[in-house]
Design a protein around this ligand. Structure first.
Ligand SMILES: [Zn+2]
Length: 183
């Protein structure tokens, strides 16, 4: 496994202006919680490919990774995994413009790469972590089918507004009911 890294010291990478360096690190990402549902990465620490380059007065740090997020399908609550791709370039050019100073850089040189990668994974997540539907409106990647859910009294379709509401408030009581039925 590549070295576990939370923070990159930009000054100590020894890059000259115009120069660059590519290396692999492993980054702890941690869990994501939506409503009361927990999602985590299949590989955490996550292997991340870093391209760091020095500009005339600052840095550009590109992070790339292919995490897989796992947890309950937001439509049917069965186990589900979703492959993601992250490719983010973080610019840190405080000498050019204050607005180009990266929020992830502390003390002018320490890049909080753990926070950067975690946010990139969060931004790569779709509004609904759920499997693709077939023509009958059934989860194709999960075992539970739409008809079974209708029998259980759980709606199969959820729009984004409903999901957002669920994130803000207590989880839908139908989910608790569904879990009881599964037991
Ligand atoms: Zn599903």
């Amino acid at each position: 496994m590549p070295p576990l890294t939370d923070q990159l010291d930009l000054d100590r990478m020894g890059l000259k202006p115009g120069g660059g360096s590519r290396f692999e690190i492993a980054v702890r990402v941690g869990e994501f919680v939506f409503g009361h549902q927990h999602y985590s990465l299949a590989d955490d620490p996550l292997p991340v490919l870093v391209d760091a380059s020095r500009t005339t007065s600052g840095f550009v740090v590109r992070v790339r990774a292919k995490p897989q997020i796992e947890g309950p399908c937001m439509r049917c609550s069965d186990d589900f995994g979703l492959a993601l791709k992250i490719d983010h370039s973080e610019v840190h050019e405080p000498a050019l413009d204050g607005e180009l100073a990266s929020d992830y850089v502390e003390e002018g040189k320490l890049l909080n790469v753990a926070a950067l990668v975690r946010d990139a994974v969060g931004l790569a997540l779709p509004p609904s972590i759920s499997g693709p539907l077939d023509e009958h409106g059934q989860c194709t990647a999960c075992d539970r089918t739409h008809e079974q859910l209708l029998e259980l009294g759980v709606a199969g379709e959820q729009d984004v507004a409903e999901l957002e509401q669920r994130e803000q408030h207590a989880p839908d009581p139908r989910w608790a009911k569904l879990r009881e039925l599964e037991l």
